[in-house]
Design a protein around this ligand. Structure first.
Ligand code: PEP
Ligand code: MG
Length: 563
């Protein structure tokens, strides 16, 4: 509940100022200087990205360099400044907008992405025109709600740090990383079309993340009503974990189910989880990078993992190695320019090509491994060869540590995420090699359905209950059973109470979820009889639609509640 702050890159309102004929020259000089500074900045980024991530990545900045230094466009800007006698920023912004507005209307995704790219570069140039990029972070007024076209997961963190209390984006799905992070931080976030045009800056807003509702200029009655609602929710939800008496919970017939937490950054919930012996089933370490300004060095990472290992020493922590790419990129990242980022350089792929970054992380994890129970999880494995390559790098790091006489847990389990169909379809091959498997239903759904988890236009297709996804999960679980390897589910579906009986029926040994979901999940486990829910599995697998799957699971749930 608060006031809107519309943040739309490239849409900043630059004041229109008349300039004297004698000042035109200096306006043009200011523009040229801003372009020069931007080009230098991009060249620096290109070279540092090249050094860290390889020349192929560095080159991705080339497109931005071409845009920044587009002399034909700049000549038009110079001409207009001279003709209209207006300030450089205003004219530049105007012409950029004329270009991108046209591109944005294109049915071609490529064209729309190009508009984003141009506006991103223009944003840089404009900040230089405004006297250099601000070094000190602004603090938002209390009760600021960010309204933006798109919000990256890293930006969610940044806005939170600037004390934003809610967010509204034009693009994104409920399982996008933007949404996952907002959920973890308990920041209300809703996706709604055209908000940047519809919501005036400074207007009063209510963002109801639970129901996906944005109320613009609410009445006093609505405001009072939501004030009451807000009191009933909030961080108190997490404290309910303290009321749980049995962890791990057991089903009505005494089968134990491991319930673990998905975490992304340190927070007060860590102590509650550790005190109540709830392990960390998925630690998304990439947020260490997304929140900072670069890959943290080995010692910084060691400190971080050591604190986790110690805090959770009575249970365990699964550290997933950096899973970057697709929507998990920083605004200044070279990866943003891929044509199909979800199918491109993400997950384990960039790490295998940049083994030094990967090895540095593994080294930090191994050094911390003697202080608790750490496990290594490799993201987005599509083929057994990728696992083997990554495993070889882990072995190399172990060899180096031994040579240096540095202690580590040589039996540290190394597992993989099964989150692309190729991995699920070859789960037998993979399960025979790895120490454990974690099923990522968020990505498994987007890749199986070919429906971007960030794109609200295809959210109807993005459905983890689709029989194709459920069948792939079952194949993976069965393969793990055949090879006697632990299998965990860690996508958002793991915390969905509707799916819980199905997973118990399949014999899944562990579920890892947003901490907010743990209390309700543990409570429901106790009511479920694992022998009975085995009979749910077959009918669900043979359903002909996601709706049919949901109906069957809902029927079971209703029967359970009416008992
Ligand atoms: C998943 O894909 O289900 C998963 C757990 O990983 P992430 O959501 O971080 O992609
Ligand atoms: Mg994933």
């Amino acid at each position: 509940m608060g006031r809107a702050r519309v943040v739309a890159p490239g849409q900043q309102k630059v004041p229109e100022m008349r300039v004297a004929a004698s000042a035109v020259k200096s306006e043009i000089a200011a523009l040229d200087r801003a372009v020069k500074d931007t080009v230098e900045e991009l060249q620096e980024l290109r070279s540092s990205a090249g050094k860290k991530l390889g020349d192929a990545v560095g080159k991705v900045f080339d497109a931005q360099l071409l845009i920044a230094d587009d002399q034909e466009f700049l000549s038009r800007v110079r001409e207009e400044i001279t003709l209209r006698k207006r300030n450089a920023g205003f004219v530049y912004n105007l012409l950029v907008h004329q270009t991108t507005a046209e591109l944005r209307r294109s049915p071609e995704l490529y064209m729309r992405q190009m508009a984003e790219e141009i506006e991103g570069v223009a944003h840089r140039i404009m900040s230089h025109l405004g006297g250099g990029r601000k070094k000190t972070a602004v603090r938002y007024r209390e009760g600021t709600i960010i309204v933006a076209r798109t919000i990256t997961p890293g930006e969610v963190l940044n806005y939170r740090n600037l004390k934003a209390v809610g967010m509204v984006a034009e693009e994104g799905g409920p399982n996008s990383h933007m949404a996952l992070i907002a959920r973890s931080l308990m920041i209300p976030l809703t996706v709604s079309g055209n908000v940047c045009d519809r919501i005036p800056n400074g207007s009063r807003l209510i963002v109801d993340g639970t129901n996906g509702v944005v109320i613009l200029n609410p009445t006093d009655e609505e405001w009072a009503d939501y004030q009451k609602k807000r009191k009933r929710q909030g961080p108190a939800i997490l404290s309910r974990i303290k009321k749980l008496t049995e962890i791990p919970p057991t089903t009505a017939d005494g089968v134990s189910l491991q319930v673990a937490a998905n975490l992304e950054f340190p927070g007060p919930v860590d102590d509650i989880l550790a005190d109540h012996l709830i392990p960390v089933g998925l630690y998304r370490t990439e947020f260490l990078y997304l929140e900072g300004s670069d890959f943290p060095d080995e010692n910084a990472q060691f400190g971080y993992y050591r604190r986790l290992a110690e805090k959770f020493s009575r249970t365990s922590v699964i550290l997933r190695t950096f899973d970057l790419g697709s929507d998990k990129v920083r605004a200044d990242s070279p990866q943003a320019a891929e044509a199909n980022p979800a199918l491109g350089w993400r997950g384990i792929r960039p790490m295998l090509e940049q083994p030094e970054t990967f090895k540095r992380q593994v080294r930090a994890i191994l050094r911390a491994s003697t202080l608790g129970n750490l496990r290594i999880l490799l993201p987005m494995i599509s083929d057994v060869s990728e696992y083997k390559k990554a495993r070889r790098l882990v072995s190399q790091v172990m060899f180096e540590l031994r040579k240096e006489k540095i202690d580590f847990d040589s039996d540290i389990p190394v597992g993989i995420m099964v989150e692309v169909p190729s991995a699920a379809l070859t789960a037998d091959l993979l399960a025979s090699e790895v120490d454990f498997v974690s099923i990522g239903t968020n990505d498994l759904t987007q890749y199986t359905m070919s429906a971007d988890r960030n794109n609200s236009r295809v959210s109807g297709l993005y459905n983890p209950y689709h029989p194709s996804v459920i069948n792939l999960i079952k194949m993976t679980v069965d393969a793990c059973h055949r090879h006697q390897k632990p299998v965990n589910i860690c996508g958002e579906l793991a915390g969905d109470l509707l799916a819980l009986p199905l997973f118990i029926g399949m014999g899944v040994s562990s579920l890892s979820m947003n901490p907010v979901k743990i209390f309700d999940c543990c409570r429901l486990v106790k009511k479920i009889d694992s022998r009975l829910v085995k009979h749910l599995v077959e009918p669900v697998l043979s359903s002909n639609s996601a709706m049919a799957v949901v109906r069957k699971l809902q029927n079971y749930r209703n029967a359970l509640e009416n008992k």
